[in-house]
Design a protein around this ligand. Structure first.
Ligand code: NAD
Length: 342
């Protein structure tokens, strides 16, 4: 996966990941598996300890599957250094990825500390999923060095990372973040404007909203709604995307279907009542053993491991289908020699 010899990278200053929770620890795994040594920081010692133990087993799974370009899992594990000392983590880091709690004030306080210790030339990227990049940058003394890198869970498997401009982000900042992502085998998608939800979460939310509305209307069971998604357009998505699929169906047909259906699709501006009720009842999903489904008899560790194995299978499908196929008048068609090796 790595196209740069790891010993060159070993000698260079390490990128830092600030926040070792669900996302930060998996971003560290993605980097290590891609050949890039990183430092993982958290303010909470337990979070760091827990991350180290989880990363140990995640790397084992990935190397067993041949995802890492080395067979020795210890080499990959050794690429992650752990610390609770922010100055040591960010002091000479060329790139700092912030993945702390989704809270404006927490992030602003962390940025103040980072700017105190980091080099003036460092690039700072936030993993926020819902906060405005422009607004988060407003407290920074170097907003031009700040952008979003929006990773998706599980970050060590999902291939695309959105790289998001804020109003004052310099092109060089986005280029640096995108180059880092490519160097570890990720597939950056640049979001040119800071809009809520960026690209993927907006589309995903539109779909989720309609799925909840359908469940509420009683048109089908939760199992059947999920099966209809997984076995129809969801089944095609890694291969065809959404817009590309329009070309395959015929845009005339696509236009007609949208014209007929758009007026029928739920336009509510708050989550469906059935979702609100589940949340109010504490049925928060796997972590609470009950959500839409009953998970009380399920071993959650095994569930996660099986999920990851299936997602790794899908990663192969995504890589095989990456980008629209070559066509003579397709400006985005790419020569197969442009494909990354991983
Ligand atoms: P999390 O709660 O699992 O982890 C947050 C970590 O931040 C914790 O370990 C906490 O100790 C640490 N933290 C809190 N204050 C800190 C500080 N002052 N300094 C250093 N560390 C501090 O959260 P998460 O799910 O990993 O989310 C992190 C970020 O990633 C959020 O911005 C979130 O919106 C975003 N995100 C999450 C997901 C997801 O699926 N969980 C997906 C995409 C983006």
């Amino acid at each position: 996966m790595a196209d740069q010899p790891s010993d060159t990278r070993e000698a260079a200053p390490r990128p830092a990941i600030v926040g070792a929770g669900t996302m930060g620890r998996n971003i560290a795994v993605a980097s290590a598996v891609g050949g890039q040594p990183v430092t993982l920081f958290d303010i909470d010692e337990d979070a760091v300890r827990d991350a180290e133990s989880e990363i140990g087993s995640t790397v084992g799974t990935l190397t067993d599957r041949g995802v890492a370009d080395v067979t020795d899992a210890d080499d990959v594990r050794d690429r992650v250094a752990y610390t609770t000392d922010l100055a040591a983590a960010v002091g000479d880091a060329p790139l700092i990825i912030e993945a702390v709690t989704e809270d404006r004030e927490t992030k602003a306080a962390v940025y103040e500390e980072i700017e105190r210790h980091a080099s003036a030339s460092a690039t700072l990227a936030t993993n926020t999923s819902s906060l405005s990049i422009t607004e988060l940058a407003s407290s920074l003394s170097r907003p031009e060095r700040f952008c979003g890198t929006h990773w998706f869970h599980p970050a060590h498997i999902v291939p695309v990372v959105e790289v998001v401009y804020g109003d004052r982000t310099a092109d060089e900042t986005v280029d640096t973040a995108a180059a880092f992502l490519e160097s570890i085998g990720k597939d950056p998608v640049v979001v040119e404007r800071d809009i809520p939800g960026f690209i993927a979460n907006r589309i995903q939310s539109a779909m989720a909203h309609e799925a909840w509305a359908l469940l509420e209307s009683g048109v089908a069971s939760a199992e059947d709604i999920d099966r209809a998604v997984k076995g129809t357009f969801g089944f095609r998505l890694p291969t065809l995307g959404v817009l590309e699929k329009g070309d395959h169906s015929g845009l005339d047909v696509h236009h007609k279907v949208l014209s007929e259906l758009l007026g029928e699709i739920d336009r509510g501006t708050s989550p469906a009542a059935v979702l609100t009720e589940l949340v109010d009842e504490g049925r928060h999903g796997v972590k609470a053993e009950r959500g839409v489904y009953d998970w009380s008899e399920t071993d959650s560790e095994r569930l996660t491991a099986e999920r990851d194995q299936r997602l790794l299978d899908q990663l192969e499908v995504y890589r095989a289908a990456r980008g629209p196929p070559d066509a003579p008048d397709n400006p985005d068609s790419r020569d197969s020699s442009d494909e990354p090796e991983s």
